[in-house]
Ligand binder design. Structure first.
Ligand code: AMP
Length: 372
């Protein structure tokens, strides 16, 4: 996605230049069809934001018309302020004229109210309002708006004449405020025994990422007999998943402990659809996202063999008992495997062959990490 940076903020494209020109052309046509045949409207553009829109609108308006710009600024920074300045620049006599105000955007309606007040005193025939964009969610007035190009949600926008602290007026499209992600966050995925922990240890060094293994955090808590450990133990001993709420809260805490991290390798999390959704929402609040799910693909028979082998030295009871191992696979197949579809739908799933030497697999994973 194309981002533009204006001062300290990042913006992403929201309405393309092509779409804007369609909207403007249809707005001009609407106004023309609505006015009496011989009427010569007097268009008034409210500077500064409307200068691009006014220029394009005028070229789409096919009948006779006159125009002027006036100034009545109300924006400072990214929020609409209540203070509206006086009108400057109107020298024409508008007596008995049909005046059509051209606004780039109407949000709270404060400026619009000011316009209505001002034109009440000008002995005009009729006042009509045409706005390119309109934010219905924040409009607080009862005043009529006659022509609306497009209604949009309440997001700060720039481009096509609209600015952020003076910048961005020259962008041909409309851009919406976003935040630029700073982290590289990767979900290292795969069934129990796929080699996630082993690979994460190598990759975290190579890519300067913080490795969070939820299984490790639980085992640490069990060892230290914390409240969380006691709670998790019964589930883990049986090879069941620990309840989502407990796991999600724990994960958030681990992430928040590492606020300065360049990114994370999530190992063993998410393991359910609701964990994946919670992770997305949690990262989005921080202006971050998952760059990709990288999955180690290994056949199940080989996994059981690996786990039993690991059980000889790992001290993990859930690695030594084949029925517990089977239950972990069952949990994986019924609750976790679906996450492949979840990330695939986001265009974020990368499968990697997890059979081979540790070094070969690291190499394959690195090739994917490098692209994320
Ligand atoms: P692991 O070390 O990733 O194999 O995890 C060992 C055990 O910890 C699992 O069998 C679960 O009981 C528990 N666990 C680890 N991560 C999660 C998670 N994301 N959701 C639920 N339970 C988890």
């Amino acid at each position: 996605m194309k981002l533009v940076k204006l001062h300290d903020l990042y913006f992403k494209e929201f309405i393309s230049a092509e779409e804007i020109s369609t909207i403007v052309a249809s707005l001009a046509e609407q106004v023309q069809n609505d006015l009496p045949k011989k009427e010569v409207p007097f268009f008034i553009g409210i500077l500064n934001g409307c200068f691009v829109f006014t220029a394009d609108f005028l070229r789409q308006y096919k009948g006779d018309c006159e125009m002027s710009f006036v100034k009545l600024a109300s924006y400072e920074g990214t929020t609409s302020t209540e203070k509206v300045k006086n009108l400057i620049g109107l020298n024409e006599d508008l007596t008995d004229r049909t005046v059509v105000i051209l606004e780039d955007i109407i949000d709270t309606g404060t400026t619009l109210q000011e316009i209505y007040e001002i034109f009440k005193t000008k002995n005009i025939k009729e006042l009509k309002i045409a706005t390119l964009f309109y934010k219905p969610d924040v409009y607080r007035k009862e005043l009529p708006i006659n022509y609306v190009g497009k209604s949009i949600e309440d997001k700060f926008i720039v481009g096509y004449g609209l600015d952020y602290k003076g910048y961005g007026r020259n962008l041909p499209a409309i851009y919406q405020l976003t935040t630029q992600p700073k982290m590289k966050n990767i979900v290292l995925f795969g069934p129990p025994g796929a080699g996630k922990g082993t690979q994460a240890e190598v990759l975290k060094e190579k890519y300067n990422l913080v490795h969070i293994s939820t299984g490790e955090v639980f085992r640490f808590n069990i060892k230290n007999e914390t409240e969380l450990g006691l709670l998790a133990k019964t589930y883990m001993d049986a090879g069941d998943l620990v309840p989502d709420e407990v796991t999600i809260n724990m994960l958030k805490e681990e992430v928040n402990k590492n606020a300065d991290a360049a990114g994370f390798i999530f190992d063993g999390f998410p393991r359910t659809q609701s964990q994946a959704e919670a992770l997305d929402a949690f990262l989005a609040e921080k202006g971050e996202r998952i760059n990709g799910m990288v999955a180690l693909e290994v056949p199940e028979d080989l996994l059981v063999e690996r786990l039993l082998e690991r059980g000889k030295t790992s001290g993990r009871t859930d690695d030594t008992d084949e029925s517990k191992i089977r239950n972990r696979f069952n949990e994986y197949n019924t609750k976790t495997a679906v996450l492949k579809d979840f990330y695939e739908a986001q265009g974020n799933y990368y499968g990697v062959n997890g059979v081979g030497s540790i070094e070969d697999i690291t190499q394959r994973l690195s090739e994917v990490f490098d692209t994320l």
